[in-house]
Design a protein. Structure first.
Lengths: 235, 331
């Protein structure tokens, strides 16, 4: 059974169909990338999985358990963490409290302090800023906090929506490096990106255009695809 | 932060900086009646301040900590006052029991309002609180036998009696008010430091991020609203026993709704100390302007002053007086 099995997913916002008949499986381990241009339906797929935006039809299952129709907090409790687009930290809560919020899901036997130390080990900047409010952090730090907060859920699948968005190339590089380390820890990652650096990290993935899958497979196949060559390499 | 004995994670909000000076002020208030130059007029003003501090503390829970802008918390004040008054006048039930009937009814109404409006985002909740206020004005005018209609409901006066919570002098209400304010102050600190408070603040700060982090958003908002409504209806007991009367305007009117919000907005929204400072300022200003406007024969001067105060705070110190203190200390 797959860690995540999406089948014939259709997501619509009113009359506008954002995702048409999308199917893919994610197995345990590795980084699965959802690549596509703006408005291709990437965010809609993530929001459908995490329950923020229930799908019109199709099934979403984790290890055979149906997730469609669950509330966002129930999906989080089922071990699927979502880092929404745009570095959404809690601006008036300290870094520490930002992390604690996710810990309340309680998917671990670790103590709160230990769980936080795990995050601080990955993102030492957050440890330095632990008493500061989330809203006072820089863009890169906020993205790290958003990722760290999702890790406090102790998820089986970590879903990230364009973590490089709005960051300088250098910071984006750092974020992807950290994601690589997280992946090495054994956590499965579902990464939504427009940035081609994501391909370096990915093991498998799919390319989305106008809400439909145009290519699904190993990362080498994606790299050779016309979409990637055209969009990112200018060939 | 460490995990406490019960193993429940807590927030780091509101656990530092015990304001010892506050305890000093409260002690000073407690010995007021014993001071030679203090008369009942001054004590009554302090009681009014304590009542509106308590009501402000209750509003602060849902609006300040939970970020749900309730523009009609008079609904819960009115439900508390009317329930107690009707039970006393018609059935002779003392306020000590009536208050809990009022709290229960307020919680039920809050839960119903929340169930209908809190699933959707945005201004629906705020608008619903206004429309329920307007509906209750009409209802309380309509059922004249029960509520006294537009004239309002006056408690039957028995005289000095602890059993029915009545007194000719304001001093007993000073201690009752003080007790409620202290209780609510520490309750607010506990909420701020609890995991429940943490989820409320997370929802306030960013609903989507909170949901993604695993917070049950709807349930959190609903609990916050019901808690705040119950606290308001409980503090309503002070209001009803002290003023001995309630009418549709005083319960559900716009100016009352503003007076319930002002203490937190002036003093510092979302903090434990904010409504205490803000309520004191509000009543002080209102006493001064009422005295002034009687002198020059104009009515409603206090509302004008509230408006100006609110403008100044919103423009110059959005974190309220408590925020000003905090930034002064940081500098």
């Amino acid at each position: 059974m797959s860690l995540l099995a999406v089948e014939s997913l259709v997501v619509a916002h009113g009359d506008l169909v954002a995702v048409r008949d999308v199917s893919f499986n994610i197995e345990e381990g590795g980084v699965f990338v959802l690549l596509g241009a703006n408005g291709a339906g990437k965010t809609s797929i993530l929001r459908a999985i995490s329950g923020l935006n229930p799908p019109r039809s199709g099934t979403i299952a984790s290890d055979g358990r149906n997730l469609a129709g669950l509330k966002p907090h129930e999906v989080a409790a089922a071990g699927i963490a979502h880092v929404p687009e745009g570095r959404r930290v809690f601006p008036h809560l300290s870094v520490e409290d930002n992390l604690t919020v996710s810990f309340l899901v309680r998917r671990t036997n670790l103590k709160l302090a230990q769980a936080r130390d795990n995050v601080y080990a990955l993102f030492p900047r957050l440890a330095e800023r632990r008493r500061q409010n989330g809203g006072t952090l820089s863009g890169g730090e906020q993205q790290m906090l958003a990722i760290g907060r999702a890790m406090m859920n102790f998820p089986r699948l970590l879903m990230l929506d364009e973590p490089s968005l709005g960051l300088s190339p250098l910071l984006a590089e750092t974020v992807f490096e950290r994601l690589g380390e997280i992946s090495k820890l054994g956590l499965t990652i579902l990464l939504v990106e427009q940035n081609a650096i994501a391909l370096r990290l990915a093991t498998r993935g799919l390319i989305l255009t106008n809400g439909q899958v145009v290519l699904l497979g190993e990362v080498s196949a994606l790299q050779d695809s016309e979409f990637v060559r055209h969009s990112y390499l200018g060939l | 932060m460490t995990v406490n004995g019960a193993g429940r994670p807590r927030s780091t909000v509101g656990v530092s900086g015990e304001p010892l000076w506050l305890l000093g002020v409260l002690a000073a208030v407690a010995i007021l009646p014993a001071l030679p130059f203090i008369n009942n007029f001054i004590i009554a003003a302090v009681v009014r301040a304590l009542i509106f501090i308590a009501l402000g503390q209750a509003w602060n829970v849902v609006a300040g900590i939970g970020g749900l802008l309730s523009l009609g918390h008079g609904v819960f004040l009115g439900i508390g006052c009317y329930t107690m008054g009707i039970l006393f006048n018609h059935f002779g039930l003392p306020p000590w029991f009536g208050v809990f009937a009022g709290v229960a009814l307020a919680c039920v109404v809050a839960a119903a309002m929340g169930a209908l409006t809190l699933r959707v985002r945005g201004v629906f909740f705020a608008l619903a609180t206004v429309s329920v206020s307007l509906a209750l004005v009409q209802l309380s005018r309509h059922f004249v036998d029960l509520t006294g209609g537009a004239d309002g409901l006056s408690l039957k006066f028995i005289g000095n009696s602890l059993w029915v919570g009545q007194s000719r002098t304001p001093t007993p209400f000073l201690y009752a008010g003080l007790a409620v304010v202290v209780l609510y102050y520490f309750a607010t600190r506990m909420i701020l430091a609890s995991s429940f408070g943490l989820t409320m603040m997370a929802v306030r700060d960013d609903e989507t991020a909170a949901a993604a982090a695993g917070v049950a958003v709807f349930r959190t908002k609903l609990f916050g609203l019901v808690l705040s409504a119950g606290m308001t209806a409980f503090a309503a007991a002070l209001y009803m026993q002290f003023y001995m009367a309630i009418d549709p305007e005083a319960a559900f009117g716009l100016s009352q709704a503003i007076q319930l919000q002002l203490p937190s907005l002036l003093g510092g929204i979302g903090t434990a100390i904010g409504p205490v400072i803000g309520g004191a300022i509000m009543i002080f200003m209102s006493e001064v302007t009422n005295w002034g406007s009687t002198k020059i024969g104009v009515e409603g001067g206090d509302i004008l002053v509230y408006g100006i105060l609110l403008l100044v705070v919103v423009l110059r110190a959005p974190q309220g007086v408590a925020g000003l203190f905090k930034s002064a200390i940081v500098r």
